[in-house]
Design a protein around this ligand. Sequence first.
Ligand code: SAH
Ligand code: SF4
Length: 344
Amino acid sequence: MELKDIKSLTLYELENEISELGERGYRAKQIYRWLNLGIKTFDEMTDISKSFREKLKQNYMIANADIERKLVSNIDGTIKYLFKLYDGEYVEAVLMKYNHGYSICISTQVGCKMGCKFCATGKSGFSRNLLPSEMLAQIQTAQIDNDIRISNIVLMGMGEPLDNYDNVMKFLLLVSSPDGMNIGMRHISLSTCGIVDKIYALADEKMQLTLSISLHATNDKKRNEIMPINQKWNMESLIKACRYYSNKTRRRISFEYTMINGVNDSEEDAKELSRVLKGIISHVNLIPMNNIENGQYNRSSKKRIENFTKVLEKNGVNATVRRTLGADINASCGQLKRRAQQGR
Ligand code: SAH
Ligand code: SF4
């Protein structure tokens, strides 16, 4: 019999299952508390009898994220983790310290199907979706490793969250639950390359999370070239979905714009971006591109980024250049995994 993924259950679901196993429902609360603390084996549940722990082992597995590699930045203490999953797959997460607390950027898939040209994850292909429990486990392992409580989550690591929609929704439900890790939706951001039908679905869930759209280009010609998803859902359909999203949720949308030298960083691009975003309550994050190994693109110069920002400001667009944390441990999304696979 295949073991069930216990950490992806809500407390209510767990209570039902526990009573089906012939145990008292209140035991579920005890188990749930342990699972949310991030324990890795049933034997660590010290207030559960040995015989019941054995029963749990026969029916369930705990999906963990074990530290395989860890890089700590000497500049700002940012930590990049490479986690090993139950089946030997790897994903990355990055823990950052801000004035207001700790924030973690977690992965939602092993690899990604979207194939963006500037992205290391996109280049390494797709293996599988992460389980809700494996998204929780990344946060829990980082909390235990540093003896901290994490207050903010960004779904901006490896993978496309809206391509793993059901598991990501379950994760959001679990992580924000007062019975669980209790991290409020207003402390969570979700970043997507623009899977339009799922943006509508997300809008209808009316969650208070922050939606980030990875835009990176201002017209279909350029966006088609660097982001294949644009051939399925073009800019017009994406921007329309964004308007729907902000009308439904009344939340400001974040637009991510990776600055790629000579590709999307001219004055004309900045003007076009201002026109595209007209009338949307938005904020633009300009991200100096992280150069990737064997990549065909490079980061824009400081001068071009400054100039681009000025043109946006002149046109009334709210924009900031993203502070690069952990510059010395670089490895943009996906690079650590590629190195580990190549034995370096
Ligand atoms: N798949 C989702 C979330 C993960 S990617 C998405 O695309 O939004 C997280 C962010 O990193 C995206 O904005 C993505 O465009 C950006 N990114 C990917 N590769 C990058 C690189 N080499 N330099 C800078 N940003 C990059
Ligand atoms: Fe996937 Fe996001 Fe990378 Fe594109 S940028 S390949 S959507 S992880």
